[in-house]
Design a protein around this ligand. Structure first.
Ligand SMILES: NC(=O)c1ccc[n+]([C@@H]2O[C@H](COP(=O)([O-])OP(=O)(O)OC[C@H]3O[C@@H](n4cnc5c(N)ncnc54)[C@H](OP(=O)(O)O)[C@@H]3O)[C@@H](O)[C@H]2O)c1
Length: 235
């Protein structure tokens, strides 16, 4: 492993993961929409990519070509907002970025690795995908879609005898711009600590990693809550 591309590296968790891989001596290419931020990271190469745009896969492949290949594709792009009023713009933008954008970019990396015969796809999904969360319906649903999509691709890759590894990273609340605002979130994690767990999960070829241990307990418990009770819980 030596060449990584990180999409969604301009801030938050993706930025911290990019920094760690650069420190470890990897050749790293970074992408997101905010080019000015990407240029300060010290990556080997940068590309301005909007994952909601149809030309995003072409731009990703141009970055791969300039980098001289790709061993790891790390996907950190995403948006998320609470939407208790179900404002359509928020719901639809979330589906566009976390649903369509995710499918577009993960698919591009998968096809590249299928042709290459090997590779590693890691993506930040969320614990929000493990249960339907009332305060953020589109966010929760798109994260569930991401969880299932990675699971499906992993099965498909095995059936096709492709040596492609997958790591589905599911953090709890992390102190990044995504959660900025007035609402107070409990059990907040630091992005630097989350990034360290992510790199470790990738290096150890974990299939799924819930971050951190507190959220591993929480999700284990709430998975067991039956639907008839879950629908009455006020979050
Ligand atoms: N913070 C949390 O509590 C938490 C918990 C679980 C999972 N996550 C997930 O972790 C991932 C990273 O989020 P974060 O917390 O680190 O928040 P963040 O600081 O807001 O980072 C989001 C990243 O996604 C990129 N992005 C957003 N829309 C994009 C687009 N259309 N095209 C390309 N890149 C785009 C942003 O870059 P540009 O704006 O420059 O394009 C930025 O680099 C997300 O998938 C999020 O759902 C976060």
């Amino acid at each position: 492993m030596s060449k990584a591309i990180i999409v969604g590296a301009s801030s938050g968790i993706g930025l911290e993961v990019a920094r760690l891989f650069i420190q470890r001596g990897w050749t790293v290419g970074v992408a997101a929409r905010r080019l000015d931020l990407l240029q300060t990271i010290g990556a080997a190469d940068v590309e301005q990519i909007d994952v909601t745009s149809a030309d995003a896969p072409d731009k990703l492949m141009q970055l791969v070509e300039r980098l001289g290949g790709m061993d790891l594709f790390f996907y950190a792009s995403g948006i998320g907002k609470q939407n208790r009023e179900l404002t359509p713009d928020i719901e639809l933008a979330t589906v566009e970025t976390n649903g369509l954008g995710f499918t577009r970019m993960i698919g591009c990396a998968y096809r590249y690795f299928a042709q290459q015969g090997r590779g590693h796809i890691a993506a930040i999904t969320s614990i929000a995908g493990t249960k339907g969360l009332g305060p953020a319906p589109a966010y929760s649903a798109t994260k569930a879609m991401q969880n299932v999509y990675l699971q499906a691709l992993e099965q498909q890759a095995n059936a096709r005898k492709l040596d492609i590894r997958f790591t589905d990273i599911r953090p709890g609340f992390v102190d990044t711009a995504l959660l900025s605002g007035t609402f107070h979130y409990p059990m907040m994690l630091k992005p630097q600590a989350v990034a360290r767990e992510i790199v470790s999960a990738i290096e150890h070829h974990k299939h799924i990693r819930v971050i951190d241990w507190k959220y591993r307990i929480l999700t284990a418990v709430w998975r067991r809550i039956p639907r008839c009770i879950w629908r009455r819980i006020k979050l």
